[in-house]
Ligand binder design. Structure first.
Ligand SMILES: [Zn+2]
Length: 548
């Protein structure tokens, strides 16, 4: 029996359907190896699905003279989750097989539901059930599920990574702002800390806080109030254990900046090859003995040579013997990356153990014979002056000046009296504030002595006033000081000191200039010697002229 099958699709909405383009219509999926994972994922999970009011086209089917009207049943989509309807092809596909099944399954080329839409609706249920039991379908189904799971997971990881990257980027920018604040304080030589220098920065957009939180936190606030959005976000959302504003972190940033500056400096020194080491001993506020280490080198930039002196860092000294100090210096310089075979000079100022008995110097000399030792010229000059002023008359004069200066500077009231006397007697004078006196350096005393000479009359007048006040102790002292500074011996020594120290002070300043070379230095010393010798030779004559 032959069946005449006349299958035509008659549906009034058909012409409309043909013209429309449906997003991710399963019928548009092109099987092949060049489909990327995202496309597969989109077709599997987000393909076009008929809406509730969608009218499936009717299929007119004539079998043995009888006419049947058949259309796709929405219930099939519910029953078979792998089934997808294509409005364009007007048929159904198994999306899992369409995407993952091989071309050939069970020995023959896969057509229905895979390479072709299922359009025979008469035995649709039977066909779909059969398809569901095929081995290639079960494999494709597993493949599809697995794919969706891993693709989704991958997506989440990707999203998380992207969010994390964004957050890391914002944090990095906020940290850069914090570091810039520390750098700013360093460049301007201002302290970071204040009364409150830890904890959360509350109300961060307000930089006019009631309490002084110190420069660091004030500058953070200033940046935020000026529109640093990254810093604001960070300060508001950062966990309490990662604020990056604590004093410890500030110190860490300062240390890192210092290391970076030193690295750059060491590179420059090694590039210029030869260098001299300069070291001085100091004790810090915590009474820790430490060396400040500098290097002197010639920087050659485009053929222009410039003498440079760079501060390399502090190093704590525990064993203060010459040998130990020398070893500490050498090992420190090596650890900083300096090539010690290129050291051609060493200079020490107050490091008595290095220079005084030469043990430290000798240790360096033995290891690096080219490291020529030079005692700091300015320090030598100070020692010479100290030695030259060893005479009792000069010592007495210096002691008197120091005592008088301290007498005034220790009391605001007495400083006020002196100030008024200066304004009244010496209106032209610039020195209306109290005089200071350097306890250690002779060359530095020149300023005090010059000022003392200039203000001499005002000092004497003020002492006279204090003599008449009610405070008997102060009056007695003023009386004593007046006696000490108002005699020929004192005045004579004061004038000598002023004229000699005037010359040596200028020499000291020049000796400390970093671009002075050894030839210039010798020339300068000879000149000063000649001037002093001339003064000495003509001293008698000069005194007689004055007295005449
Ligand atoms: Zn299938």
């Amino acid at each position: 029996m032959s069946k005449e099958v006349n299958r035509t699709s008659t549906n009034e909405c058909e012409p409309k359907l043909k013209k429309m383009k449906f997003h991710l219509d399963i019928g548009d999926y092109m099987r092949g190896s060049n489909v990327d994972d995202q496309m597969k994922y989109d077709y599997l999970t987000n393909h076009w699905v008929p809406s509730k009011d969608f009218v499936f086209p009717k299929h007119v089917r004539t079998v043995s003279g009888k006419t049947f009207h058949l259309s796709f049943q929405r219930a099939w989509l519910e029953k078979f989750k792998w089934l997808a309807y294509s409005p364009d092809k007007d048929g159904a596909f198994c999306k899992s097989c369409l995407i993952f099944a091989p071309d050939v399954g069970g020995g023959s080329k896969l057509l229905k539901l895979v390479n072709e839409p299922m359009q025979n609706l008469k035995s649709a249920l039977e066909d779909l059930s059969k398809h569901a039991s095929r081995t290639y379908h079960i494999t494709a189904q597993l493949h599809a599920e697995n794919f969706c799971n891993t693709h989704t997971t991958g997506n989440v990881v990707e999203q998380m990574n992207s969010a994390r990257a964004q957050q890391a980027d914002g944090n990095r920018r906020a940290l850069a702002s914090i570091i810039n604040v520390v750098k700013f304080c360093g460049r301007q030589n201002i302290a970071l800390r204040g009364h409150i220098d830890h904890g959360v920065l509350s109300n961060p957009t307000n930089f006019e806080t009631e309490m002084n939180e110190g420069n660091f936190r004030a500058l953070l606030r200033f940046r935020i109030s000026s529109g640093d959005q990254d810093l604001l976000n960070y300060v508001q959302n950062a966990p309490l254990n990662a604020l990056y504003t604590s004093p410890q972190i500030q110190n860490k940033i300062i240390t890192l900046c210092g290391e970076m500056i030193r690295e750059t400096l060491v590179k420059k020194i090694n590039k210029s090859k030869y260098f001299a080491m300069l070291a001085d001993e100091t004790s810090d506020i915590g009474r820790i003995e430490q060396f400040s280490i500098c290097a002197r080198y010639v920087q050659n930039e485009h053929g222009i040579c410039t003498l440079r002196e760079g501060f390399l860092g502090f190093v704590e000294a525990v064993d203060l013997s010459g040998q130990a100090l020398a070893e500490l210096l050498m090992s420190t310089l090596t650890s900083w990356g300096l090539e010690l075979r290129n050291i051609v000079g060493q200079g020490y100022d107050g490091v008595a153990n290095m220079s005084g008995c030469f043990r430290g110097v000798q240790a360096v000399d033995q290891a690096y014979p080219k490291a020529c030792y030079t005692h700091c010229c300015s320090h030598s000059l100070n020692l010479v002056l100290s030695h030259a002023c060893g005479g009792e008359g000069l010592k007495r004069t210096v002691r008197s000046i120091r005592d008088v200066v301290n007498f005034f500077s220790n009391s605001p009231k007495r400083t006020g009296i002196l100030k008024n006397a200066i304004i009244a007697l010496l209106p032209q004078s610039r020195h209306t504030r109290s005089i200071t006196f350097c306890e250690t350096r002779w060359v530095e005393r020149h300023e005090s002595i010059t000022v003392f000479c200039e203000l001499y009359s005002a000092v004497v007048y003020s002492l006279g006033q204090i003599e008449e006040c009610r405070d008997r102790d102060a009056a007695d002292k003023a009386d004593e000081f007046k006696y000490r500074i108002m005699n020929a011996d004192f005045i004579c020594h004061l004038r000598i000191l002023d004229s000699i120290l005037g010359i040596t002070y200028r020499l000291s300043v020049i000796l400390q200039s970093k671009d002075l070379d050894i030839i210039g230095c010798c020339q300068m010393l000879n000149d000063v010697k000649a001037v002093l010798q001339h003064m000495l030779d003509n001293a008698q004559k000069k005194f007689s002229t004055k007295s005449a």
